[in-house]
Every structure is written in structure tokens, then in C-alpha cells.
Design a protein around this ligand. Structure first.
Ligand SMILES: NC(=O)c1ccc[n+]([C@@H]2O[C@H](COP(=O)([O-])OP(=O)(O)OC[C@H]3O[C@@H](n4cnc5c(N)ncnc54)[C@H](OP(=O)(O)O)[C@@H]3O)[C@@H](O)[C@H]2O)c1
Ligand SMILES: [Zn+2]
Ligand SMILES: [Zn+2]
Length: 352
């Protein structure tokens, strides 16, 4: 065991602050990574503040962060995928049972025995796993991804959650040229959704509550932008969509988006607001529409997404911050005031 620097929260109401955490000594399958950048996902905020207490109660101290990119500093004796000095990335999962049918299909995100990167029972050290708001992490090579060499690293970090979480459902639901695709909420996930839908050739419509994001939405690849609080603008798009990806973090009217679907259209929720919401059976029955959800993505698809980003030169639009600004960043996230992802420069942790 060795000690790593980190930022952690000690309760749902306390700010994140400097801390020291244990990391395991390497097993023969492990890769040790010096973390260079870690994105701030809205899930980090939900989790730090125990907003998902009904599903995944937070264990304190909590070290969040699952958008990790860095450089390999050491490898275990049986590691073949990486060598010291390689770029490497870690997303939302650090382990699974590897034996169930989901794991064998490369769909580890559905494994009943997966281990999430933070706030999950740690099989090696006991307690819970600690995430990427840290200077170092040790992860089994199977859950470590290769990073294309042509991409800006601060902008790569958010691909590990915001990227895969939007890429995976778009691939699953067949987003391609000729499809009309909506993206709801232009935040960290939403702006990646726009980039992917555009790169996949779809006609992309952004739904936003923030009128001041209109120009950015068009620059990011949207063909049209709808201010979702304007009922007339919404109505113009009734029954016209093939697919809508809902990336909103707070309570909102999901049913309004189901109304915009055409025959066999689908709304997929990736945003995870706290409270349940009403859905009319008839809105689904007429038009054979569907409503679903989607969690992150498996390891093979995460690598596919990173390679796709390398090929199409896609990264997240980031505001790079030192770790000391993380609490301020959380406040801004709640006000939808980030363009479009915070990426923490982990070099800032050295001064703690
Ligand atoms: N399914 C998964 O596996 C998965 C993975 C990662 C994250 N998530 C969840 O996805 C959600 C989004 O995460 P994120 O990191 O992208 O968050 P974010 O950067 O904070 O973006 C959320 C966006 O939602 C919109 N929004 C916020 N409050 C709203 C309200 N009251 N009504 C309507 N729209 C509102 C805003 O967009 P506009 O300003 O454009 O309206 C905001 O930018 C979170 O709930 C997160 O936990 C799920
Ligand atoms: Zn996330
Ligand atoms: Zn499994």
C-alpha cells in the first residue's frame, strides 16, 4: 500500500478538501497511473452530496472522479497491454466478475458484480474505491484504455464518462445519416452528444433552457436549436424525431420529448434526476414509441469511442481548473454555467 494525494468530501454538506488516501501495491495485472487530468461529471456532485441515497448511498470520505487520463508509471509483471510512459485512461468502472454473460459480451456496465471507480466496495483494500480527484490510481489492465496520441489530454478526460455515455446509446439506437436526433441539455454529456450525433451524420436538434448557448450549440454541430421553455418552438417539432438523448441532470418534463417522437422513435435517458416522473401510456402506445435509459458503456465500446474520437479529432470543450477550484466549479455546475466540462489539472495537487 502507498499513499496518494486526493481531494475528498467527509459528508454530504462539507466541501471537498485535501486528503491522503491509500492505493494498493500492484498485483501482476495492475497498471499504476499518474493522473494528469480528471473531468468533473455531474454524477460526482450527485454522489458527493448523497443525492442518490436511495440507489447508491455515499460512503464518506468520498473521493469522486471517473474521467481519468494520465501516464503509466508502473506495471505488474503480467501486464501486456501497457508499458511505463504510455498514455492511459480510466472511466467509471475498475473491475467486474469477467465471467457472466455480460462481461463475456464486453458489456461490463451490466455486470451484476462490477466495481465502480469510486464509492463502491474495494475488493483489494476493503472500504470503498477512491476516484480520480487524486494524483495516482492503480487499476487492472483490463479496465485501462488506450488514448489516441493526437488528442488534447485535458479534453480527453471527459470522454471517459460524458463521451461513452452519449456514444453508446447513439450506436445502440442506430444514429446515422438520415436520422433526426435531439439532444436535451447542453452540459457535459449533452455537448458530447451533439458532437457524436453530428459526426455520425444525423440531423441534430439541441434543446436547451439557456438561450445564451445557441451559438455554441451550432458551433458544436447542431443543425437547429430549440429553447425548450418555448412551447410553440417545441410544437413545431411534434412527431418528427427518430431518437432523443435526454442529458438533463434536474427534474424536467420528459413527457414533452416523448411527444416529439415519430413512429418507433425512442427517448433515452442518460441524465439521472433524483425524482420519478409521470409518463402517459398513450403517448407511448400511439406511435409505438419507447422510453429507455442507458448506463455508460462497456470496455470494448469505450475503446471504440476513444478511437473514433482520435479519427474524427473529437475532444470535450473544457475549462481547465486547478483542484483548489473544485468547490466553486460544483456551484457553477448547478447553475449550468460551464462550457462544457471542467477538467481538473492534477499538477495543481502537488502544492497541497
Ligand atoms: N447514464 C449514465 O451512465 C450517466 C453518466 C454520466 C452522467 N449521468 C447523469 O447525466 C446528467 C447530466 O450530467 P452532466 O455531467 O452532463 O451535467 P451538466 O454538465 O450539469 O449538464 C446538465 C444540463 O442539463 C440542463 N439542465 C440543468 N438543469 C435543468 C433544469 N432544471 N431543467 C432543464 N434542463 C436543465 C442544462 O442544460 P441547458 O443549459 O442546455 O438547458 C445543463 O447544462 C446528470 O444527472 C448525471 O448524473 C448519467
Ligand atoms: Zn460521469
Ligand atoms: Zn460480469
Amino acid at each position: 500500500m502507498y499513499k496518494a494525494k486526493a481531494y475528498s468530501a467527509t459528508s454530504a454538506t462539507s466541501p471537498l478538501a485535501s486528503a491522503t488516501i491509500p492505493r494498493r501495491d500492484l498485483t501482476d495485472q495492475d497498471v499504476q497511473i499518474e493522473i494528469l487530468f480528471c473531468g468533473i461529471c455531474h454524477s460526482d456532485l450527485h454522489q458527493v452530496r448523497n443525492e442518490w441515497s436511495g440507489v447508491m448511498p455515499t460512503v464518506y470520505p468520498c473521493v469522486p472522479g471517473h474521467e481519468i487520463v494520465g501516464r503509466v508509471t508502473k506495471v505488474g509483471s503480467a501486464v501486456t497491454k501497457f508499458k511505463t510512459g504510455d498514455l492511459a485512461a480510466v472511466g467509471c468502472m475498475v473491475d467486474s466478475d469477467r465471467t457472466c454473460k455480460e462481461c463475456q459480451a464486453g458489456l461490463e456496465q451490466f455486470c451484476a458484480n462490477f466495481t465502480l471507480t469510486y464509492n463502491f466496495p474495494d475488493k483489494h483494500l476493503g472500504g470503498v474505491t477512491y476516484g480520480g480527484y487524486s494524483d495516482s490510481i492503480v487499476v487492472d489492465q483490463r479496465f485501462v484504455l488506450h488514448v489516441p496520441s493526437n488528442l488534447n489530454l485535458a479534453g480527453v478526460a471527459p470522454l471517459l464518462c460524458a463521451g461513452i455515455t452519449t456514444y453508446s446509446p447513439m450506436r445502440h439506437w442506430g444514429v446515422t445519416k438520415g436520422k433526426k436526433v435531439g439532444v436535451v441539455g447542453l452540459g457535459g454529456l449533452g455537448h458530447m452528444g451533439v458532437k457524436f450525433a453530428h459526426a455520425l451524420g444525423a440531423h441534430v436538434v439541441v434543446f436547451t433552457t439557456s438561450a445564451n448557448k445557441k451559438d455554441d450549440a451550432l458551433r458544436l454541430g447542431a443543425d437547429e436549436v430549440v429553447i425548450s421553455r418555448n412551447a410553440d418552438e417545441m410544437q413545431k417539432h411534434a412527431t418528427s424525431f427518430d431518437f432523443i438523448l435526454d442529458c438533463v441532470s434536474a427534474d424536467h418534463d420528459v413527457a414533452a420529448y416523448i411527444n416529439l417522437l415519430g413512429r418507433d422513435g425512442n427517448v433515452t435517458l442518460v441524465g439521472a434526476p433524483e425524482k420519478p416522473f409521470p409518463v402517459s401510456a398513450f403517448n407511448l402506445i400511439f406511435g409505438r414509441r419507447s422510453l429507455s435509459g442507458s448506463p455508460i458503456g462497456g470496455i470494448p465500446e469505450t475503446q471504440e469511442m476513444l478511437d473514433f474520437c482520435g479519427k474524427h479529432n473529437i475532444t470535450s470543450d473544457v475549462e481547465v481548473i486547478p483542484i483548489q477550484k473544485v468547490n466553486e466549479a460544483y456551484g457553477r455546475l448547478l447553475k449550468a454555467d460551464v462550457k462544457y466540462r471542467f477538467s481538473i489539472d492534477m499538477a495543481s495537487l502537488k502544492s497541497e
